[in-house]
Ligand binder design. Structure first.
Ligand code: ADP
Ligand code: LRH
Length: 488
């Protein structure tokens, strides 16, 4: 029998890659064919995504596969959540693809609070309150009402839009649509009341369809006609599909630009306790829920890296190791870190305003960021343990961030449990497994996870310095509460 070959087009907030997956019926192998930078760009005064550039890079990656002689069964796209493109009646893009980091949503949550209770929104959608949810982005847009607004015929989320540009097919995939905070978590349908509240017609949306199905074709120059699959197109959903464990005793962290930390559940956990932790219930493959929290993640170090210029991530990790422990801590999720003009200055301001030592060197910044993330992991670990008492045994980290072995160890130390890591390219691997399901080569998420576990190595980290973390826990709690105002 010949191998199945699939292309995963996985675009995170910091980089995009085209990865070839080869499946021989027993194991899966991956090979990176193309990698390109991604990040917010400024357009018309707003933080946006450069989708034309991303499309060119995607097409280039597909041609690399063709020119290398690979016969490709299918391809599929996953990206970050919440953001979207609007189309007119002719299917042409209207306005820019504004990034979730743009500040147009400032104050929108408060505005909607006057019209509907947070409790109603949470009970309906199960989605965590984040300023940048599609709900608040659309509220900001309808308030702005640019002159093209009345011409809108369709809203496509970013991966659906990129898929449309390849295949001509307009589609709405469920896992990514669920991040909008506009889907009802019980029915999976668009919530009419929420849409009316923000003056958005329901016709803009297609019904959200569960992933792992074939939806169209792409005609490439060198690889011929390739099937286009719809997989769990929210990158985090694909990453969690590729978790090499099937038990219910594991907390995952999908570690990249964001750290998405949580558990999988058959049912949405949208109780008042869950709401008090602002835990989200995003949709997963096979109608499972991703009960998780967003943590600001490696975005913090990405910015510091750019500001200091000369250091690789590996070098910053080494400098952090050589710096003093527990000198300065930040609350990673503080709004002042979402899109600051200068991250290093925002961190210094935070430390100054909370009466701590102010970091100055790259190593001191990196140490502060990694330790603070580890403390935040502990905070969320404790909350998840309250939602699932006595059942959680370890943490499993996937994604590019696991190359930071120092942070993996800090996570084990701070949480006082074993941490396992791998694979690195979890989103791309989950994307490929989704295609294998669409191609009828494997049957289920369970089988996908067994395949991942048989194909990629896993590392283990045992907790060692938990007492040191515990002795600074009260300080972390203090600075987490005592937070300065958001500046923008
Ligand atoms: P995303 O998909 O959100 O763009 P990735 O999953 O690709 O992000 O993870 C990228 C992050 O992984 C980087 O921001 C960096 O912090 C971390 N990383 C990558 N390589 C290394 C390395 N060699 N050492 C330490 N950290 C690394
Ligand atoms: C991670 C991610 C995350 C979303 C954010 C917008 O890439 O998709 O799950 O909350 O980006």
């Amino acid at each position: 029998d010949r191998m199945n070959k699939m292309l995963a087009i996985d675009i995170g907030a910091s980089s995009g890659r085209v990865i070839l997956g080869s499946y021989d019926g027993l194991t899966l192998q991956i090979q990176e064919l193309h990698r390109f930078d991604n990040g917010p760009v400024f357009r018309n005064g707003q933080a946006c995504w450069n989708l034309d550039y991303l499309l060119l890079e995607i097409k280039q990656g597909i041609e690399i596969a063709g020119v290398s002689g690979h016969v490709i069964d299918s391809l599929a796209i996953d990206t970050w959540g919440v953001d979207f493109v609007l189309l007119d009646g002719q299917g042409e893009q209207l306005g820019d693809a504004v990034s979730y980091r743009d500040n147009r949503t400032l104050g929108m949550q408060e505005k909607l609070n006057g019209l509907i209770t947070k409790n109603t929104i949470y009970t309906k959608t199960g989605i965590q309150f984040l300023d940048f949810n599609t709900l608040y982005q659309l509220a900001a847009l309808t308030e702005d009402r640019p002159n093209w607004f009345d011409s809108v015929a369709r809203l496509l989320f970013i991966p659906d839009y990129l898929g449309y540009k390849l295949s001509g097919i307009q589609h709405c995939e469920y896992t990514n649509a669920s991040t909008s905070q506009l889907l009802n978590c019980a029915s999976g349908a668009w919530d009419k009341e929420l849409l009316e509240l923000i003056n958005v017609p329901e016709q803009w949306f297609l019904p959200a369809q569960s992933p792992n199905r074939l939806i169209g074709h792409y005609n490439s120059k060198s690889a011929g006609q390739i099937k286009v699959a719809s997989i769990a197109s929210h990158d985090t959903a694909s990453a969690i599909l590729a978790l090499p464990v099937t038990g219910q005793d594991t907390v995952y962290i999908s570690s990249g630009t964001w750290s998405l930390m949580g558990i999988e559940s058959e049912h949405a956990l949208n109780s008042p306790l869950a709401q008090s932790f602002n835990v989200t219930n995003e949709g997963g493959a096979e109608n499972r829920f991703r009960v998780l929290k967003n943590i600001m993640g490696l975005w913090l170090i990405q910015n510091v890296q750019k500001e200091f210029g000369d250091f690789s991530f590996a070098q910053l990790v080494n400098l952090a190791k050589d710096s003093d422990a527990f000198k300065s801590l930040i609350a990673p999720d503080h709004p002042s870190f979402l899109n600051p003009v200068n991250m290093s200055c925002a961190i210094q301001d935070f430390c100054r305003e909370t009466q701590q030592v102010v970091p100055e060197t790259p190593g001191e910044f990196a140490r502060c960021i990694f330790e603070s993330l580890a403390f935040q992991y502990r905070k969320v670990w404790l909350e998840l343990n309250q939602l699932k008492p006595a059942s959680l045994k370890r943490i499993h980290i996937i994604g590019g961030g696991i190359q930071n072995t120092f942070l993996n160890q800090l996570c084990a130390d701070a949480c006082g449990v074993e941490v396992r890591t791998g694979p690195i390219e979890a989103s791309a691997i989950g994307n490929i497994c989704g295609q294998l399901i669409a191609l009828n080569q494997i049957e289920s998420v369970q089988q996908a996870r067994e395949l991942v576990s048989n194909s990629f190595p896993i590392k283990s980290y045992k907790p060692s310095q938990t007492n040191e973390f515990l002795s600074h826990w009260a300080k972390f709690e203090r600075i987490s509460l005592d937070t300065p105002e958001r500046k923008n």
